[in-house]
Design a protein. Structure first.
Length: 422
């Protein structure tokens, strides 16, 4: 088998795949049923279920199994956003009871004894097919990875609230993210056991949740999204535990894919089969969705999204109140898909001045760091606190994010409103 290496030229790879797709040299189950010319002309496909204008928060999440107390979550359609204030004091890993939920349909409750993972496709030697049960996976060498899972639309609402720009999709704040200690087996080990060939190009996991229907009635099938074989063989995990316990149903039980540092859609939950192909694969989740469309982007859209961007969030409720003349400790978290966090700056006067925050953790690849700064407000009124991170690759959060129509990868400094009271 050729050495795919650990460094991936992702942009060149996806440009090549896009050319293959446009000239008909790639397959895309479900993608053919979508009006591709309309897609390339402007604008992406229909928004995901629960998308469009922001859905009002409700007391319970449709199709979500775990409890969603309002002090921990904001329910957004079929999804539940973690409230950043609830992260305070919880350590690096997000407790399962406050880990965000991103569902396209509903959480399936699956029987682990009858669950099977099928690995199939033209990218396997002799086109053979393999099947693995949960016990089969547990007999393979187990590995533990600490990594974030973050929705590509995390921060989407700030395109509108801060930049005055319309976008489609669930109106996430900054809580569509969670950090976990994941245990499972390397996808590479499973693929090699299944007989991946040197001609393999793409690896496409598919979930066992219900088929996804768009707002205009198109059936896109089950959630699936291809990975370049180099990434699949590098650091991708088939996870069966989260934070030392079996995966909860809402987070992929019995087995999910974990793709460190990439947008959350790549980490397919409830995985049931994996296609290994010797040609490029496409699905609606990297044609209609999870590309950048808009005036600043190519007419056909950007390459399919892969790595996440740099962000920061305060562990504060919006409009939190502080007493004038007293010293307070502001806490928060910063992260980046490109590397660890090197520094964090905080402003308590709406961005007029900045000072370094104290970072509590070492720079972590694929994970966030916690930070704090002391603040003694000297006058009452409404102000904004801001946090700005720089990662180990030199990426710093900008003042504005370049607009895209589906509101992905918002990475600008977020203005967090607070009150100072007497």
């Amino acid at each position: 088998m050729r050495d795919h290496g650990s460094r991936i030229d992702e942009l060149a790879y996806d440009r090549r795949r896009l050319r293959q797709y446009l000239v008909g040299e790639a397959r895309g189950e479900g993608a053919e049923g979508r009006p591709l010319l309309r897609l390339l002309a402007g604008g992406g496909g229909a928004p995901a279920a629960g998308a469009g204008a922001a859905a009002p928060a409700t007391a319970a999440g449709p199709g979500i199994v775990k409890a969603l107390p309002p002090e921990l979550f904001t329910v957004r359609g079929t999804n539940a956003e973690s409230k950043a204030a609830s992260w305070q004091g919880t350590g690096i890993h997000t407790p399962v009871d406050r880990f965000f939920v991103r569902n396209h349909t509903s959480t399936p409750v699956l029987d682990p004894d009858s669950w099977r993972l099928k690995v199939w496709g033209s990218g396997l030697r002799h086109g053979r097919e393999s099947e693995f049960g949960l016990d089969d996976l547990r007999r393979l060498p187990a590995v533990t990875t600490e990594a974030l899972v973050e929705c590509a639309g995390n921060g989407r609402s700030h395109f509108t609230t801060q930049q005055g720009e319309a976008v489609s999709g669930t109106a996430w704040g900054l809580g569509a993210i969670g950090s976990g200690r994941w245990r499972g087996v390397r996808l590479a080990d499973v693929l090699r056991k299944a007989g991946i060939s040197r001609n393999a190009v793409d690896v496409q996991p598919r979930g066992l949740d219900a088929e996804y229907l768009t707002a205009d009635g198109a059936n896109l099938g089950r959630v699936r999204r291809p990975l370049p074989v180099a990434k699949a063989l590098h650091d991708v995990l088939l996870a069966y535990e989260l934070n030392g316990e079996p995966l909860p149903p809402d987070h992929g039980y019995p087995v999910r894919v974990l793709v460190p540092s990439w947008v959350g859609i790549a980490s397919v939950k409830w995985v049931g089969d994996i296609e290994v192909s010797d040609i490029a694969l496409y699905s609606p989740w990297n044609t209609d969705f999870y590309r950048l469309y808009g005036a600043a982007h190519p007419p056909q859209g950007s390459a399919p999204l892969s790595r996440q961007t740099v962000k920061s969030a305060f562990e504060l409720a919006e409009g939190a109140a502080f007493t004038v003349g007293r010293t307070h400790t502001l806490t928060g978290r910063s992260w980046s898909g490109a590397g660890g966090i090197a520094s964090v700056e905080v402003s308590t006067d709406g961005g007029s001045s900045w000072r370094r925050a104290r970072i509590q953790d070492p720079a972590r690849r694929d994970n966030w760091v916690r930070w704090s700064v002391r603040w003694r407000p000297e006058s009452t009124g409404v102000t904004q606190v801001l946090a700005r991170a720089t990662d180990t690759r030199g990426n710093t959060q900008p003042d504005r994010t370049v607009h895209n129509t589906q509101g992905y990868l918002f990475n600008a400094v977020v203005r967090h409103p607070v009150r100072v009271v007497g």
